[in-house]
Design a protein. Structure first.
Length: 451
């Protein structure tokens, strides 16, 4: 009888633990969905509501919109969170916002498109609108409770406020190594202590960004990027833990992949827009220019010595001709590098650095040729052909650099030079997080796909 009693007790305790685990999972999913709803409600344009770039293809807009509408559809919410009035109210508002945005984007006539009015602008960006939906803060992250500031001054916050953009960037990178640089999330998950150090620093840094927005010293659009980065961090932690606990089954796999892919696109867009802002302030620092002017511009390999960038580009063109009619994949690109004797991550990074210098030198050459054309009567046909040839090389170099950074997202020597001299602290804070989250999301994506 005692044995039977213990068996019953074990079954009972196991059932309780399973119930607690399931409740915790549902709560995490709810928090994530509410955060996504807030992002859509805070958006100003139809593109921002859907979460796509203005240059997005019609098919991308349609697919993304339909996925969002399915996610926020009242029937879907009722099935996932039966009887939950809090999430019902928020998601219904987000569903209406997304539906209106999609109608505006697919309708195309300019008058209809211009008539799109964001619900965020119309009735939820003000305190009363967001309070009614159950939020504690408005779209800028400002608390509705004056006694509870969202970003109270703390020693860490003060340290960030007094640090240079480059010092902040370095600290983010230092913290990212123990927090995210794991061999496998499936095996080790998230190391709580290291992750908490990262999360605390990111929270304080984002608090600084929010304070600058509230003061009018930074653009309001950054508030959406802060919200998106917070959502990404939540998803990274949640997915890593589920991988470790082996709780992503076949039914959940596709949904997880979709969520990761969406957040990867958001991180990529934030990284691009914030770094474009940094680069515009300081296109090419003096130290980097001096190095670029004196370099031999040879591609360094692991096994084949040095090769000219002209030869490297010729092989790239041949490879593209051989893959016409199908998608040029990451595997194709990695094989291309291997064929040229480039296998280590250090030499791959060197490729992007060298091609940055190639682009700079060719652009400089084109400027010189253009001035000669303006002042010369003879020989301009040759100069024009040279400019066209240089532009073709520049386009090829940019395409290869993009491939390198898509697969190995890390700052090049030019980017590091620009970050080390920038005064854009807000942009650097957002860029640092977005670039590191891309690495974590890519790693999570591969592990989920391998399930």
């Amino acid at each position: 009888m005692k044995k039977l009693y213990y068996i019953v007790q074990l079954v009972f305790v196991g059932a309780q633990l399973a119930t607690i685990s399931r409740a915790s999972e549902i709560n995490e999913q709810k928090k994530q969905l509410i955060a996504e709803a807030k992002r859509a409600l805070c958006a100003d344009t139809a593109y921002e509501v859907i979460g796509v770039d203005k240059a997005a293809a019609e098919k991308t807009i349609k697919t993304t919109s339909i996925n969002l509408l399915q996610k926020f559809h009242p029937d879907t919410i009722n099935r996932r969170f039966p009887g939950d009035q809090e999430i019902k109210k928020v998601t219904e508002a987000a569903y209406q916002q997304i539906n209106n945005a999609y109608d505006a984007l697919k309708s195309n006539p300019p008058a209809r498109f211009r008539s799109f009015k964001s619900l965020g602008a119309a009735n939820t960006k003000n305190a009363e609108g967001f309070k009614e939906l159950g939020f504690d803060t408005d779209c800028t992250g400002k608390s509705f409770d004056a006694k509870k500031p969202v970003n109270p001054s703390t020693p860490l916050y003060e340290k960030i406020a007094s640090a240079s953009p480059y010092e902040i960037y370095q600290q983010f990178n230092n913290l990212s190594i123990p927090a995210f640089a794991v061999d496998s999330f499936s095996k080790s998950g998230i190391q709580k202590e290291d992750f908490d150090k990262w999360a605390n620093y990111a929270q304080a840094a984002n608090g600084y960004v929010t304070s600058q927005i509230n003061k009018g010293a930074a653009a309001q659009g950054y508030a959406l990027q802060v919200s998106s980065l917070n959502d990404i961090l939540t998803l990274v932690k949640y997915t890593a833990q589920k991988l470790k606990d082996k709780q992503i089954g076949a039914a959940r796999k596709q949904e997880t992949e979709t969520e990761l892919r969406k957040k990867l696109q958001e991180a990529s867009l934030i990284e691009k827009t914030t770094f474009d802002s940094i680069a515009r302030q300081n296109p090419a620092p003096a130290d980097w220019i001096a190095k670029a002017d004196s370099s031999k511009l040879m591609i360094q390999t692991d096994t084949k010595g040095s090769i000219s960038y002209g030869s490297f580009f010729s092989q790239w063109d041949k490879l593209h001709q051989g893959t016409k009619g199908r998608v040029f994949t990451d595997s194709d690109f990695i094989n291309f590098l291997k064929q040229n004797g480039i296998t280590s991550k250090y030499k791959i990074a060197d490729v992007a650095d060298t091609l940055d210098q190639v682009i700079y030198r060719l652009q400089k050459d084109n400027e010189k040729l253009s001035k000669e054309i303006e002042t010369s009567w003879f020989g301009n046909d040759g100069r024009k052909k040279k400019i066209e040839s240089n532009l073709a090389f520049i386009n090829t170099a940019q395409a290869i650099i993009k491939r390198v950074r898509d697969i190995y997202p890390s700052a090049s020597s030019l980017q590091m030079a620009q970050i080390s001299t920038t005064k854009d602290k807000v942009g650097t804070i957002l860029y640092a997080q977005a670039s590191i989250y891309q690495i974590a999301l890519n790693k999570l994506m591969k592990e989920v796909q391998a399930l």
